[in-house]
Ligand binder design. Sequence first.
Ligand SMILES: Cc1cc2nc3c(=O)[nH]c(=O)nc-3n(C[C@H](O)[C@H](O)[C@H](O)COP(=O)(O)OP(=O)(O)OC[C@H]3O[C@@H](n4cnc5c(N)ncnc54)[C@H](O)[C@@H]3O)c2cc1C
Length: 292
Amino acid sequence: MTSLNLLRPSTVPEAAAMLAEHGNDARVISGGTALVPLMHEKLLTPAYLVALYKVPELNYITYEPEVGLRIGALTSLRDVETSPLVRQHAPVLSYTMGHIASVRVRSVATVGGSLAEANYASDPYGVLITLDTKAKAIGASGKRSIEMRGFVTGHYETALQPHEVIIELFVPEVSHDTCATYIKYTTRSQKERPAVGVASLARLDGAGTCEELKVVVTAAAETPQEIAEAEQLALNEKPSPSLVREIALRYSQQIEPLEDHRASAWYRRQLIEVLVRRGLQSVLRVEGGHSR
Ligand SMILES: Cc1cc2nc3c(=O)[nH]c(=O)nc-3n(C[C@H](O)[C@H](O)[C@H](O)COP(=O)(O)OP(=O)(O)OC[C@H]3O[C@@H](n4cnc5c(N)ncnc54)[C@H](O)[C@@H]3O)c2cc1C
């Protein structure tokens, strides 16, 4: 039987040094809601757990006008959901966090753990991509900033280097004329991971012309999916029901959905079309885009 050593650093550099020292034998643990079940199943058997819960400098939410929100990696999903700063400056992020699992799980699960887990069926990635969020990480070669777009590289795989620790999430200031939504569809309990999630964000000028559109579909494939040529159809256009239908159709045709216990590939394709259309109707303020 292998023994498990719990290491409790009290600063970020100490945590980074412990990870560097123990290499592949060590694993960061934050809330443990994803890692502990994997260890119970013996899918992961680290000899050292580097526990971040005694690193208070990683638990904060701050806001700087015209710059944005900074959220420490050890902040719980529940604290992000209920933060008055997040509710005021990035309400879609607060809403999304509030629809992950149960209050019990959200009170323990952390921002850093949620991002590093890289489960394809996680809720936050789409919204974080539409908000141009960046993760700050520290590793052997110092600190660096990683764009959330491209952060998930495969199932349980991220752009993090081995032993890099996420220390912060930076959400740039969201302009006041931006409208954003997240739609999550679950096929079992409402507290479950999504079968498909759709994050949409749009900016219209005073005359109602679209200046910016981002739509990211999650939980449908191994990585978050964004179809740039479909988004571009809306640029400099006055949104209409036919435009909304066309963009939604392109998303459903161009994403290769996976198949799992939550939904078949065929069902996911239908969901993508319907949910992208609903997201677009909301952020582009278009009514009557339903074709079914
Ligand atoms: C019952 C249940 C329901 C759930 N439902 C949903 C859902 O509806 N939607 C959804 O999106 N998710 C859902 N989840 C997943 C949940 O959001 C994640 O388990 C949680 O966010 C992971 O955070 P944690 O702090 O517990 O991470 P941990 O379990 O501590 O770690 C997870 C992984 O990230 C690594 N890690 C942790 N912190 C860091 C860091 N700072 N830097 C680098 N690597 C790090 C760990 O080494 C590990 O590999 C659910 C989980 C449970 C148990």
